[in-house]
Ligand binder design. Structure first.
Ligand code: SF4
Ligand code: SF4
Length: 101
């Protein structure tokens, strides 16, 4: 199966607020502390955005809206990734792409 990548995806997601997850080192702390047990957020999903893999991002719409924005992941992130702001940016993007808002 081939995957089309969009090099402009991270910029498009960051139209509302800057999307910045480049510092993520995929340590898994965020997954370990997430009260919702969301496995894809933020590390895998953010990587999809940075790599321009929009199809995979759209498939994780439910996870993006399941996030409580509680910042438990963010305050424990050793790389200082602004996870909640990135989730908000993703929601704005998905509002446009999936729901046409
Ligand atoms: S805790 Fe931070 S650095 Fe570690 S995987 Fe999550 S977002 Fe990336
Ligand atoms: S902000 Fe979202 S992804 Fe992070 S710990 Fe809370 S529910 Fe999980």
């Amino acid at each position: 199966m081939s995957t089309l990548v969009d090099p402009g995806l991270a910029a498009a997601v960051g139209t509302h607020e800057e999307f910045d997850a480049a510092a993520c080192m995929n340590c898994g702390v965020c997954t370990a502390v997430c009260p919702m047990g969301i496995e894809v957020l933020p590390r895998r999903l953010f990587r999809y955005v940075l790599l321009g893999m929009e199809e995979q991002v759209l498939q994780e719409t439910e996870s993006v809206y399941s996030c409580l924005l509680c910042k438990m992941c963010e305050v424990n992130c050793p790389a200082g990734v602004h996870i909640a702001e990135n989730v908000r940016s993703l929601r704005h993007h998905l509002n446009r792409k999936v729901f046409g808002l």
